[in-house]
Ligand binder design. Structure first.
Ligand code: NDP
Ligand code: OXD
Length: 313
């Protein structure tokens, strides 16, 4: 197969660095150019414009620059070609750091110490060890499993929930609808690393948060969402924080992004906000993986990390 040309179609992300790195090996056309171009065989995308890809008559594969692919499926005219998602050590490492950082911050009661420091209070509250707290990870995929390993090595009790059975040494695993409530009932700190699909949209709601365990001595359950914003109902999280169903939350993703300035989440004393920054897609690490995949594909090898179109992730 001939060396294919790339359409780079990124919305909300500056394309320059991606363009430079991809161009080192292949011809790259920057959207909005390229529509109808029969010599384009690959699209590298983030939130591509609706119906753009279906105008490419010889498109052979779509590469998402993120691990999540809901932004690709948002296109009503998505052509029926393979979609490749990102699985990369660098991105995984970023996510593991974020999860460990947020879990430890809640576990070690950082917000209490910050408040005490502000008032110059010298007081040592009771302390628990990690083994007294159970962290439940929704989504035991590449990111969830790596986060679970890191938390296990710190001594936390770890639960995991996935669509199909995903056994993992040292982790209590649960699967499917039948496993959800038992998983939540055994979880003090909930970490959400699910993809956004029609099945998972809105799953993090008040009813779900009510099921979390509250016997960790931290004074309540904790939510950490680094999956996607539309997995959660922002209003339900606020209600749960205000009535004590949740003690605290760390949110990296929101129903609407950027989080509107009017959102009460910005200034809520029990919420820690980051701007969808848990695990960044660094072109220096990800472009070589994409270029390797394209070259292998042209040698007749199978593409790796393919999205299951039916499952939506
Ligand atoms: P994977 O596809 O590797 O794993 C997804 C996991 O979710 C799998 O364990 C899967 O189950 C599970 N899952 C999917 N649907 C359901 C369901 N209906 N019920 C129960 N479990 C389900 O994804 P990654 O680990 O690579 O990434 C996860 C998500 O993290 C991405 O989709 C993206 O949205 C988000 N992300 C966020 C970033 C950020 O900066 N905030 C950065 C990168 C990713 P099974 O194992 O059975 O297939
Ligand atoms: C991703 C993201 O999906 O950064 O990789 O959200």
């Amino acid at each position: 197969m001939e060396k294919g040309k790339i359409l780079l179609a990124l919305t909300g992300i500056h394309p320059q660095r991606w363009h430079e790195l991809l161009s080192a090996e292949r011809e790259v056309v920057l959207e909005p150019n390229g529509a109808d171009d029969p010599s384009i065989t690959y699209a590298v995308v983030w939130k591509q414009k609706p119906n753009l890809l279906k105008s490419l008559p010889n498109l052979r594969a779509i590469f998402s620059i993120g691990a999540g692919v809901d932004h690709v499926f948002a296109d009503p005219g998505l052509p029926d070609v393979p979609i490749v998602k990102i699985v990369a050590d660098n991105l995984t490492q970023h996510m593991v750091e974020y999860v460990v950082w947020r879990v430890l911050d809640h576990h070690r009661q950082a917000s209490l110490y910050r408040a005490q420091q502000h008032k110059k209070i010298w007081h040592e509250p009771p302390q628990r060890v990690a083994g007294d707290v159970s962290v439940g990870i929704m989504g035991l995929g590449s990111l969830g499993r790596a986060a679970a390993s890191a938390l296990l090595s710190l001594g936390f009790a770890v639960n995991g929930w996935s669509r199909s059975e995903r056994p993992m040494t040292g982790v209590s695993t649960y699967a499917g609808e039948a496993g959800l409530i038992p998983f939540l009932n055994a979880t003090d700190i909930l970490v959400v690393l699910l993809p956004l699909t029609p099945q998972t949209q809105g799953i993090v709601n008040y009813g779900l948060l009510k099921e979390l365990r509250r016997r960790n001595g931290l004074g309540g359950a904790v939510l950490i969402n680094a999956g996607r914003g539309r997995l959660q109902k922002d209003a339900d999280i606020l209600r749960a924080l205000d009535d004590g169903t949740l003690k605290e939350a760390s949110l990296d993703v929101f129903e609407v992004e950027p989080l509107p300035k009017t959102s009460p989440l910005w200034s809520h004393p029990k919420v820690f906000v980051t701007p969808h920054a848990a695990a960044t897609s660094d072109p220096a690490h990800l472009v070589p993986i994409m270029l390797r995949q394209m070259a292998a594909f042209e040698r007749g090898e199978r593409l790796e990390n393919l999205v299951d179109r039916k499952a939506g992730y």
